[in-house]
Design a protein around this ligand. Sequence first.
Ligand SMILES: Cc1ncc(COP(=O)(O)O)c(C=O)c1O
Length: 307
Amino acid sequence: MENHVFDTSKSVLERISLPLFDAKGVEVYVKRDDLIHELVSGNKWRKLKYNLAQARQNKAEGIFTFGGAFSNHLLATAAACKETGFRSIGFVRGEELNADSNDTLRKCSELGMELIFLDRLEYGMRHDFEYIKELKNEHPNFYAIPEGGANYYGVIGCQEIWREIPFQANHVFAAQGTTTTSCGLAAGNTQKAEIHVVPVLKGFDALAEMKKVLDGFTYDSDLSAEYLEQVHIHPDAHFGGYAKYDTGLLEFIRMIYRECRLPLDHVYTGKAFYALYKWVENSDDLEGEKIVFLHTGGLQASGFYLE
Ligand SMILES: Cc1ncc(COP(=O)(O)O)c(C=O)c1O
């Protein structure tokens, strides 16, 4: 789709230096997808790209999607729709909320997104085909994108990240929520790098969830099992669960910002970079290896500890 919102040229691959990395002789690069666009940043951009192209092809007049009160995905969808001329509807979890409840929702609304607030029970039906069919009947000519951009087109968009890594990486690290990004990385991994996945949810069976998504994507269980061979899960960097954190994590995020001006957030990228750092600290024989950290964006919540 020809629009500057879908230009990734600002996502540089930046080498960062820290005493630990120098001591271990590893080269660490950050793929700065957070710089792609002010609001359609990180993996949101990757997940929306082909969804919007598909909506355009279907001649849809608008997009509807789902998200929580602080959803990066809702905000990115609102911004991408505004810039590409689609109407947008956001179904938000929580009937007690309104468009003024927080900055995320306010910005969504300012960008022209119509916000419809659902109670938990109704929101819980967001993956149910019959329910989606009903919503499509109510909003004809709207293209539906699941919460978090987690569908086939989202995975395809995330696969493309590999095109922008111009050298053989030995390891790639990324945060995981819905698994769309990590499945895209796994499915596009022609370099056969080791993919390090850092789930931000507690007790999440990351490999099983990825297998389900990849099976739907490939329609070939053996092939998805093969994609998963290069995947390594770091299950202990969730800091208690989604959006949970402690002072140790915030101190770590501040230290990284001080040392190399790399902004991280406490929900996704801070935890993933923490896992990378600890893994390097505890590994031997990394001399000469190249590690790429995928910065998936999501910095809207980082103001309170980076200033
Ligand atoms: C900033 C950020 N990083 C990582 C993720 C996790 O990506 P995924 O949901 O594709 O696993 C998300 C959620 O979409 C996110 O907002």
